[in-house]
Design a protein around this ligand. Structure first.
Ligand SMILES: Cc1cc2nc3c(=O)[nH]c(=O)nc-3n(C[C@H](O)[C@H](O)[C@H](O)COP(=O)(O)OP(=O)(O)OC[C@H]3O[C@@H](n4cnc5c(N)ncnc54)[C@H](O)[C@@H]3O)c2cc1C
Length: 498
């Protein structure tokens, strides 16, 4: 299907015709978004994906996390709007639920319950849908572009390079049993002018670089030993609720457990429980419900206890924050870029991965624009320097998100990977005050929501107005009242009362 709403490459960049072939490894969110941008800059773009894609929004093996709630933060949604005009309306027409944060949420933070503030502005609305729906809609647009093709069922096995190994020239491939007919005529080598690795958290890029004689990148890992258990429910048709989302955050070290209820298309709730420090939520019925009941507030348990489960309970534990510092490499081959979870993967409870990948796609666009401008000034120029420039931009793109999650995860006493020196302890103290103030005061709330929504950098929490509210309202005094019991049909209400 050809995408109707996505601007054609030629409309945005009339010069893409003479710029060869770009290959993207991995056809999940980071790979699709990179391919969308590359289509504006290259004559041909090939996405190499190990899986075969389902026909509609559906599960596939390469993205096991799609079984769990996936929020699109306002910062990421804004990028999607720019890359795919009309996508918000399209997702809404397919059942995605519009919400305003925190007006539409029961949100319990380490600083107490949040006031239900209605921050102004159309772009403050978020969308809640399944991960499978958002990936499918984005995929339809990208695959619909004239100069993009997909090789499904093909696995990238390594990098091809020039004889002096200074430049990457393509990827080695291996067909999976399900390989698509759009093969490279039986060949196992796919040549390209640019290779972008978007193969996710377990990317073999460091190994591939070593095989070419380069140092692998340094890695920073902060692991809060956090596990998920998730399940989908039908939203009870007679539920009376003035909220759309429940988010109970952990409060480590006192309480490392939390949970989230997100509405998704088809009148369903995508629900996840999570626990850090190795306190993993069980995946059996009884254990799952007992864990839900043990959270700091009963609202989540009350909401799901009478809801009809539509799936079994799935667990997930690969949640360490992991940042590979490609930007620090002294030597890196030209024409090879790394993006998405392959460059930096986060503890998912902060819902940042897709939005960060979207920001990196825009960084790729900017870097390529600059590259071409230089090239036209110097006729002998090519893609030299792009890899270094891009990896620095990637590091800049995910720095704010990394600062939030890595700092917060260090509150788990068992979290490994970084020391808790004075700067970390001081920032925890200040952050505590900011969060407490943000729960009560609308302007502090807006500043905080913008930071966790990746709309503003963490440094904006040091603005004089936030500082003022944090000092004035950030004490441990009286907070926002907890919400009332979840209103289910009569029998349950009686039961709860009794
Ligand atoms: C439990 C959980 C919950 C999450 N919740 C959120 C959330 O609420 N909001 C949010 O924004 N993010 C969330 N994330 C993160 C989000 O899923 C990722 O950040 C996002 O998918 C971008 O990842 P990616 O495209 O880089 O990698 P992935 O999604 O991991 O995709 C990698 C792709 O590469 C393919 N691949 C791998 N190796 C090869 C190879 N050698 N050759 C060819 N193809 C290959 C895989 O099949 C897959 O399609 C969550 C993650 C988890 C684990």
């Amino acid at each position: 299907m050809k995408s109707r709403e996505t601007s054609a490459p030629s409309e945005r960049n009339g010069r893409s015709q003479d710029r060869g072939h770009a290959v993207v490894i991995g056809g999940s969110m980071a790979g699709l978004l990179a391919a969308r941008v590359l289509a504006d800059h290259f004559r041909r773009v090939t996405i190499v994906e190990r899986d075969r894609f389902p026909q509609g929004p559906g599960f596939r093996k390469g993205v096991p996390q799609s079984r769990f709630p996936h929020v699109l933060l306002p910062g990421g949604l804004a990028v999607l709007r720019r890359l795919f005009p009309g996508i918000v309306e399209e997702l809404a027409s397919l059942g995605a639920v519009r919400y305003l944060w925190p007006r539409d949420a029961l949100w319990l933070t380490a600083g107490g319950w949040s006031g239900r503030f209605a921050h102004e502005g159309e772009d403050r609305f978020g969308l809640s849908q399944s991960r499978e729906l958002v990936e499918w809609v984005v995929r339809r647009h990208v695959v619909g572009l004239e100069n993009v093709r997909v090789m499904e069922g093909w696995e990238a096995t390594g990098l091809l390079a020039t004889a002096d190994r200074r430049e990457v020239t393509g990827v080695g491939l291996r067909p999976r049993p399900s390989a698509s007919a759009a093969s490279v005529a039986g060949s196992e080598k796919l040549y390209a002018d640019l290779v972008v690795d978007a193969s996710g958290r377990n990317s073999p890029a460091p190994r591939w670089l070593e095989a070419l004689g380069y140092e692998p990148p340094e890695e920073t890992k902060i692991d809060a030993s956090l596990g998920y258990a998730g399940r989908t429910y039908a939203i009870p048709s007679d539920l009376k609720a003035d909220w759309k989302i429940i988010f109970i955050q952990a409060n480590p070290p006192a309480d490392g457990k939390g949970g989230i209820v997100l509405p998704v298309e088809g009148g369903r709730w995508s629900v996840a429980l999570f626990g850090g420090g190795g306190d993993y939520p069980p995946t059996d019925e009884e254990g799952f419900m007992a864990f839900a009941k043990s959270l700091r507030s009963p609202v989540l348990h009350e909401a799901i206890r009478r809801a009809e489960p539509l799936t079994s309970i799935h667990g997930y534990r690969r949640t360490a924050n992991r940042r590979r510092h490609f930007e620090r490499l002294r030597r890196m081959p030209g024409r090879f870029l790394v993006t998405g979870d392959a460059a930096c993967a986060f503890n998912p409870v902060y819902g940042q991965g897709m939005s960060v990948a979207a920001g990196e796609a825009e960084a790729l666009d900017r870097c390529l624009q600059k590259q071409w401008e230089q090239r036209f000034r110097s006729p002998n120029g090519n893609l030299a320097g792009l890899a270094r420039h891009f990896q620095k931009e990637v590091a800049r793109s995910h720095a704010g998100a990394w600062q939030i999650v890595s700092g917060e995860d260090l509150r788990y006493p068992t979290a490994e990977g970084a020391d808790r020196g004075l700067p970390v302890r001081l920032s925890h103290r200040y952050f505590d005050r900011v969060v407490r103030a943000a729960m009560k005061d609308p302007s502090a709330n807006l500043a905080f929501v913008d930071v966790i929504g990746l709309v503003a950098p963490p440094s904006s929490l040091f603005r004089p107005s936030v500082l003022y509210h944090s000092l004035r309202n950030g004490g441990t005094g009286r907070g926002v009242e907890p919400p009332g019991a979840v209103q289910h049909p009569e029998p349950l209400r009686e039961e709860l009362a009794g």
